[in-house]
Ligand binder design. Structure first.
Ligand code: SF4
Length: 350
């Protein structure tokens, strides 16, 4: 006789072993049994699994598509399946829901937030817009749906420069919420009439210039791949300007751009300044290259909340379902659609 637990799963089954704690779901190893069950449940739900480059290796390996925010948003917009399981953080699943309002969008653990998205609220943006009523608002995709609804153009790190270049040069620009990406875009576009919100991602801000400089000096032959959200993006440019590092060895790249560059590089060693999950995809893209994290502790606790147990629970229970109210979604969809139509398309790895 089959005995069901209070949560409706078979007693003693894989799903019954899941432990829920404030730090997230645990208790499951990503072994062959887990793989088989995830694939079975995915088929049963007619679901597709999307995983961000910062996810745990086991989650990246079982996903149908792995990529950066822009690439995954593009896939979410055209997915043929009924259900999208978004292995990433809350704003990413919200973006998928905005683009595919008729689909069920699941985030395996709704507690997976983002310190950068939390660095500006809709009320704060409204007040900022009131100060600059004629400005064009450009928001990095790491924002809540409510902030996107007040935004003219969304962007990601892979198309932020293209988005800002597409705006009338005489219009002022409010760029939010990431100050490091904003400074990078301002530097590359040479745009003076750009105001930048002082937000930051706690993971990237912690990859600092001192660490980068130390690693770069110890590895003079290595290339540097630096994410523009990093606190060290400015330091890497300083190293170049001071002649400590040849310009062509420093690449400021989105995560998707890093994968493209990994496939092209002739370097034997590459120092990588971004969240450590990225190393997994880079090694798959270029196994002959020695990729080393500038800061091995730069792990996003929110991204790592999507554990094997969380994904199994999500597919078993159809949880956690993401909802965006219709009016917010309608307004946010304009800025998100502009984002996915501007800039080059970053290939999605799998
Ligand atoms: S790495 Fe930073 S920006 Fe990315 S999800 Fe984590 S907190 Fe947000």
């Amino acid at each position: 006789m089959t005995t069901l637990t209070d949560s409706g799963v078979q007693a003693g089954s894989l799903a019954d072993r899941i432990v829920n704690s404030p730090a997230g779901y645990s208790g499951i190893e990503p072994d062959d049994e887990w793989v088989a069950e995830i694939l079975r449940l995915k088929e049963e739900r007619n679901a597709t699994i999307l995983a961000h480059n910062y996810q745990l290796p086991a989650i990246q390996d079982i996903a149908d598509h792995v990529g950066d925010s822009l690439a995954l948003a593009r896939i979410a917009a055209t997915a043929a399946e009924d259900t999208i399981v978004f292995c990433g953080v809350h704003f990413m699943a919200e973006t998928a829901k905005i683009l595919s309002p008729d689909k069920m969008v699941l985030l395996p653990d709704t507690r997976a937030g983002c310190s950068l998205a939390d660095s500006i609220t809709a009320e704060e943006l409204r007040a900022w817009r009131d100060e600059f009523p004629d400005a064009v608002v450009v928001s990095y995709v790491n924002t809540t749906a409510a902030v996107k609804a007040l935004t003219d153009y969304c962007c990601t790190s892979s198309n932020a420069v293209d988005v800002v270049n597409a705006i009338d040069p005489d219009r002022e620009v409010l760029f939010l919420p990431d100050q490091f990406l904003g400074q990078h875009v301002k530097r590359v576009t040479g745009r003076e009439n750009m105001h930048i919100w002082a937000g930051e991602c706690h993971v990237h801000a912690a990859i600092n210039g001192d660490e980068l400089e130390e690693k770069a000096r110890a590895n003079p032959e290595a290339e540097l791949f630096v994410h523009p959200e990093c606190g060290c993006a400015t330091s890497s440019l300083y190293l170049v300007s001071e002649g400590h590092f040849p310009e062509d060895q420093v690449k400021i790249l989105s995560t998707g751009g890093m994968l493209e560059e990994a496939a092209r590089t002739g370097a034997r060693k590459v120092l990588v300044a971004t969240e450590v999950g990225m190393i997994h995809q880079l090694r798959k893209a270029a196994p002959q290259v020695d990729f080393e994290a500038v800061n091995r502790k730069a792990a996003c606790k929110f991204m790592k909340m999507i554990t094997p147990a969380a994904l199994l629970r999500s597919l078993t229970e159809g949880a956690d379902e993401i909802h965006v109210d219709a009016e917010t979604a309608r307004l946010a969809a304009r800025s998100v659609q502009r984002m996915i139509s501007i800039g080059h398309s970053v290939p999605v790895s799998k």
